[in-house]
Design a protein around this ligand. Structure first.
Ligand code: PGA
Length: 247
């Protein structure tokens, strides 16, 4: 796993956006797996800026959100579909039908199968960008998720619901859904490249366990040690618990 330590959140966002832009420019059609949450907001801001400055064309970009709350419609303001439209899709030239998010209502098995089929039909994922939970989750793959999992419906860990309540503006904890639908660990690992972003001191333990701990289903992100092309970009605060840091 390549580890890139940058001074702060601003640099992390610029590095991440450059990495995504390089993938988009490298081929006529690029299939991206994309995260939501607070961490990637700066990256999306920079990608939108690049597009509006005429530096980046999204016409060949196909996106798949990593995850979604189960039970929230795509129009719900707290849904990840809404987030993705607000932070990226509405501001760039991704053609209609090329931005995907998992179905979040109705038949769960059918929703999971359909998402895997859509990813397969798109030719597989070129790059997946990930955030990381304080508990080491990637997507909504909580500790204990089998490494061979594909898209599945998950019961959210209480610490995830609490973190999302605090971080995402839900009116109260009861409003945070109890279930999510997420690309599985094996789905993420099937991507040709993986880029994980972590910012802030509260992510330092999860980062250290991801980079330097044992590969274990108790720390879902630790599986990235086995990916042939995984990079983790961390700011100084998130790198706090790493033994050696790179500039
Ligand atoms: P955050 O979420 O970027 O809002 O910290 C990351 C995650 O839970 O995956």
């Amino acid at each position: 796993m390549n580890v890139i330590v940058v001074p702060d959140y601003e640099q992390l966002s610029l590095h991440a956006a450059e990495a995504v832009a390089a993938e988009i420019r490298a081929r006529a059609r690029t299939v991206l797996g994309l995260p939501t949450g607070n961490t990637p907001k700066g990256m999306y801001r920079e990608l939108v800026r690049m597009h509006q400055a005429g530096e980046l064309d999204f016409s060949g970009v196909v996106t798949f959100n990593l995850d979604e709350y189960w039970g929230l419609s795509p129009d719900h303001p707290m849904s990840f579909a809404y987030y993705m439209r607000t932070h990226l899709v509405d501001h760039v030239n991704i053609p209609p039908g090329q931005a995907h998010w998992p179905q979040s209502q109705g038949d769960q098995d059918a929703a999971c199968r359909a998402y895997e089929e859509q990813i397969r039909a798109a030719g597989g994922l070129d790059l997946v960008v990930l955030g990381i939970g304080n508990n080491g989750h990637i997507g909504f793959n909580e500790p204990g998720t089998p490494f061979d999992s594909r898209t599945h419906v998950v019961r959210l860990a209480e610490e995830t619901r609490l973190a999302n309540f605090r971080g995402y503006g839900f009116p109260d904890l009861d409003a945070v859904p109890k279930f999510g639908i997420s690309m599985g660990i094996a789905t993420i690992m099937s991507a040709r490249r993986v880029l994980l972003l972590a910012s802030g001191r509260e992510k330092a333990t999860a980062v250290a366990r991801t980079v330097a701990g044992p590969v274990t289903e108790q720390v879902p992100a630790s599986i990235l040690q086995r990916h042939p092309d995984a990079t983790i970009i961390v700011d100084e605060e998130a790198a706090f618990a790493l033994a050696s840091r790179e500039a």
